[in-house]
Write a protein that binds this ligand. Structure first.
Ligand code: ZN
Length: 334
């Protein structure tokens, strides 16, 4: 056991070490070996290091899509992705396999899910491909779904936008293979309330391109959601109310939340000890609220000075413009 772990750590150290060219070229020669190693590493309990090692594959991992036995490799990639339990790494590991390529080319007259379903009857390779796509979706939705709750920060926006391509790949493959579970599930995902779900849905539709089979209903959902958002009254000039996202119910957050929600108050001078100031900073920064925080280093305790910024109005204006562009694209009017 100890020796196996030792060997394992040496290999892992080589994989994460940029100068470990021997291991990097071995990975290029055998992506299956690399995936087995990652799975074993995670199963041995060292998930953090396995994730680090997986990230180090990123620059050349695209080559994995050119190897023979794609179905075997994809199976290994799915296994590693499940063990590593990180949506970004999962997307990276699965990206080379272009799931839509597993789908047999549609014959004339057999286009659309119904046709694909009929042609799939009794064809073991299509049944296997469908199972793999179903698995991909389960893994994808299992990791992304729980992260759709909460406020949209720039970090979430970048992450969810990057997931548009793998998400659309799985949905397109499922539609072609006649899977019914995935499209239904995907629709649930695109109908999930909130800004994060909307970003993922739009990124998925953009990655799929306009008017693709399997994306009609999500496109309708998205357009409908945008219409609702655009129909909401615009923020009045001079309305400075900001909602503090849920996440902490302490006394400090209650004071902060009340100040933020006040539509006329723009600034707050708040004498506060250091660790309490830090808690308030963290809440503001984590949610990327349009609020400047400074410490006036006078008196005891120092005073935390909070000021709502003009970005509050600018962001809403930009979001509105983006919704208008997206709606025009969805309805084919651009
Ligand atoms: Zn708090």
């Amino acid at each position: 056991m100890a020796r196996a772990l030792d060997r394992w750590y040496r290999r892992a150290a080589l994989v994460v070490w940029p100068r470990g060219q021997g291991v990097a070229s071995r990975t290029e020669a055998s992506p299956g070996w690399a995936l087995d190693e990652l799975t074993a590493m995670a199963r041995a309990g060292d998930v953090a290091r396995a994730r680090e090692a997986a990230r180090s594959l990123e620059s050349f991992w695209h080559a994995a899509g050119r190897y023979a036995d794609q179905t075997v490799l994809l199976g290994k990639a799915l296994e590693a992705a499940r063990e590593l339990d990180d949506a970004q790494i999962a997307a990276m590991l699965l990206r080379p396999f272009a799931l839509e390529r597993l789908v047999p080319r549609a014959r004339p007259g057999l286009r659309g899910p119904g046709g694909a379903l009929r042609s799939a009857e009794g064809n073991p390779s299509i049944t296997a491909a469908r199972r793999i796509v179903d698995l991909s979706w389960t893994m994808f939705a299992g990791q992304v779904g729980p992260a759709l709750d909460g406020p949209l920060t720039s970090r979430h926006e970048a992450w969810l936008t990057a997931l548009g391509a793998p998400c659309s790949g799985i949905i397109a493959a499922a539609a072609q293979l006649g899977s019914t579970g995935v499209p239904e599930d995907a629709r649930k995902l695109t109908r999930t309330a909130g800004d994060r779900a909307h970003v993922l849905a739009m990124a998925t539709l953009r990655a799929a391109g306009a008017h693709q089979a399997g994306f009609d209903e999500p496109a309708i959902d998205c357009a409908e959601r945008i219409r609702v958002l655009l129909a909401q009254p615009q923020r009045a000039p001079g309305d400075w109310s900001i909602e503090l996202p849920a996440g902490c119910a302490c006394d400090l957050c209650e004071v902060l939340g009340t100040f933020l929600l006040h539509s006329e108050r723009r600034a707050l001078d708040w004498p506060l000890a250091k660790d309490k100031r830090r808690h308030v900073h963290t809440r503001i920064d984590d949610a990327e609220l349009p609020v400047r925080h400074e410490t006036r280093r006078q008196g005891r305790p120092y005073t935390l000075v909070l000021t709502k910024t003009e970005a509050l109005f600018e962001r809403e204006r930009l979001a509105r413009g983006r919704h208008e562009t997206d709606l025009a694209w969805l309805t084919g009017n651009c």
